[in-house]
Design a protein around this ligand. Structure first.
Ligand code: FMN
Length: 166
């Protein structure tokens, strides 16, 4: 883990003509005892590859689920999502928000990693299971805000062992 904690990738952003964003959640298929190393690998790959194509965003791992916000050129997001949806380290991928973007919310790639957090897991599970559009909307907004809040305070990939939220 230590390797990527101090990793800093300068993201040179020349804004693409069609700037978009996407937020998805998914269920981890990673064995708990392997999660730390596997997620560190995902982050290391993501930092390098996303910077190379001008993608920014945030990745949250709750121990059972992922939530990832991506922003950048719509075609670059689409390319990445083709790879990500084929990745067997997670399944049950649900896109909860997608659309055009005026201004980036994450201007560097950031990674917030939670150890198993029942609080965050509960919200993510609700987002997956709740059939009511209003409730899903609220949960999606909450998740987006959470990612923003963490990345604003920690502009580079950061390991957060325990959430400080109630
Ligand atoms: C939850 C999750 C999030 C991921 N996010 C990214 C990402 O943001 N950027 C990226 O390049 N790969 C990401 N990956 C890894 C990709 O699925 C893929 O393994 C990687 O891009 C290498 O693809 P390739 O082997 O086809 O070259 C993620 C994987 C998972 C499970």
């Amino acid at each position: 883990m230590a390797d990527y904690l101090n990793q800093q990738e300068a993201v040179q952003i020349r804004e693409p003509a069609s700037l978009g964003s996407l937020l998805y959640i998914s269920r981890s298929t990673i064995a708990p005892e392997e999660a730390e190393a596997v997620v560190a690998g995902i982050v290391a790959t993501s930092v390098t590859r996303n910077a190379a194509v001008g993608l920014t965003g945030a990745l949250l791992f709750t121990g059972t689920h992922f939530a990832q916000a991506l922003e950048g050129d719509k075609a670059a997001i689409e390319d990445l999502m083709h790879r990500v949806t084929c990745d067997i380290r997670h399944d049950e991928i649900v896109i909860v928000e997608q659309g055009p973007l005026e201004q980036r919310r994450f201007d560097t790639w950031s990674m917030a990693y939670f150890g198993p957090s029942q609080f965050v897991s509960r919200h993510v599970t609700r987002l997956l299971n709740d059939p009511s559009p209003a409730e899903r909307r609220r949960a999606a907004d909450w998740l987006g805000e959470l990612l923003c809040e963490f990345t604003a305070r920690r502009p580079f990939p950061t390991l957060i062992e325990q959430p400080s939220i109630p």
